[in-house]
Design a binder for this molecule. Sequence first.
Ligand code: 5GP
Ligand code: ZN
Length: 113
Amino acid sequence: MPKCIFCMIANKEIPSDIVYEDDQILAFRDLEPQAPVHVLIVPKKHIASLDNMTQEDQALLGYLMYKVPDIAKELELVNGYRLVNNCGEDGMQTVHHLHFHLLGKRKMTWPPG
Ligand code: 5GP
Ligand code: ZN
């Protein structure tokens, strides 16, 4: 099985533009940004998707959510932002390591495509 690309990023086996890191989570800029600020926030632990999290991941994902406003503040998203998770086939998830898109510095539209 090919190695997970976000695990490789978390392990610094491939480079990325990191904007926040601690022992549990990593935030790095998306390769194909869909907004002036487009960052992916991931747990360092490999969890394939929201559907694959277990009870023991509750604290980790609660911690990740708790850090979102801090990361947004660091990126100067003073006017708000959008946090997106694509889950599974219908969600159009393409990388199977749980991640949240943090998008900002432009007005978003609704509904999403
Ligand atoms: P998904 O479609 O799974 O929700 O989002 C995957 C995201 O990962 C996409 O926005 C894509 O541009 C981004 N991405 C894919 N490969 C890489 C990579 O190697 N480095 C970075 N920084 N982003 C990536
Ligand atoms: Zn992974």
